[in-house]
Design a protein around this ligand. Structure first.
Ligand SMILES: O=C(O)CCC(=O)C(=O)O
Ligand SMILES: [Fe+2]
Length: 224
């Protein structure tokens, strides 16, 4: 039931379909929540993410109602990442008809903290891992089956060393990838991370890709 609601929300021609965008090279429909992303960091397969320091947008209400972040944190306990805010979310809809896939890449190290968590919904898929080490070049990739309704966690080797990718698949799949913005390790100061979206200079704002949901109202706003 919960899975059906999530799949329905992001389905092709569903309620938020128009707010997503197609990733040019790999035909995924893509929705993003949390930090503001600079436009120029899109379309590369090398690093998926760079962020602009300002307040973070909210998570979709279904994510909070299902307590997905709390549930993932529980599963990731013991992986050595003590700041699992999981405040950045990519939702990818891979349509079989559109030949959706994702090429080999590393998730950005430096702007995103250690653990990356991914949910696979609607269909299973193959998840491929490869090493770039010269001595392992030419070795076959490692292929894992991610079952439908499963969670994977990348840390250590899979996060920092190997690249991952998802090849074409014969059924539609929806994935939700959660990460944690590394505010401490980034170039943004505390004050910059607290910036309201409305205070971004127009020239800077024009170069951004905006999350689908704005920040939650601050408690102070409600008191007036
Ligand atoms: O669809 C997935 O599970 C993987 C998505 C992914 O690797 C990414 O967004 O960086
Ligand atoms: Fe990735």
């Amino acid at each position: 039931e919960a899975e059906a609601a999530l799949v329905d929300y992001w389905r092709p021609n569903g309620p938020v379909f128009r707010e997503g965008c197609n990733e040019q090279h790999t035909n995924r429909r893509f929705f993003h929540y949390g930090p503001i992303l600079p436009r120029q960091s899109f379309g590369t397969t090398r690093s998926t993410l760079n962020v602009l320091p300002a307040r973070l947008g909210s998570m979709p209400s279904a994510v909070e109602e299902l307590q997905l972040r709390q549930r993932i944190r529980k599963e990731a306990e013991g992986l050595g990442d003590s700041h699992l805010d999981l405040d950045q979310l990519y939702v990818n809809y891979y349509s079989a008809a559109a030949k959706g896939r994702i090429g080999f890449h590393h998730d950005h190290v430096g702007t995103m903290r250690g653990v990356v968590a991914g949910l696979s919904l609607k269909s299973h898929c193959d998840f491929e891992l490869r090493a770039l080490d010269a001595e392992l070049c030419g070795q076959p990739t490692v292929s894992l089956r991610l079952p439908a309704r499963s969670l994977y966690l990348m840390s250590g080797l899979s996060r920092y060393h190997l690249q991952h990718g998802i090849p074409l698949h014969s059924a539609d799949r929806l994935s939700m990838t959660f990460r944690s913005v590394d505010k401490a390790g980034s170039s943004g100061s505390r004050r910059q991370w607290a910036r309201e979206w409305s205070s971004l200079p127009p020239a800077e704002a024009a170069k951004c890709r905006w999350p689908l949901l704005p920040p939650e109202q601050q408690a102070d706003d409600c008191k007036h």
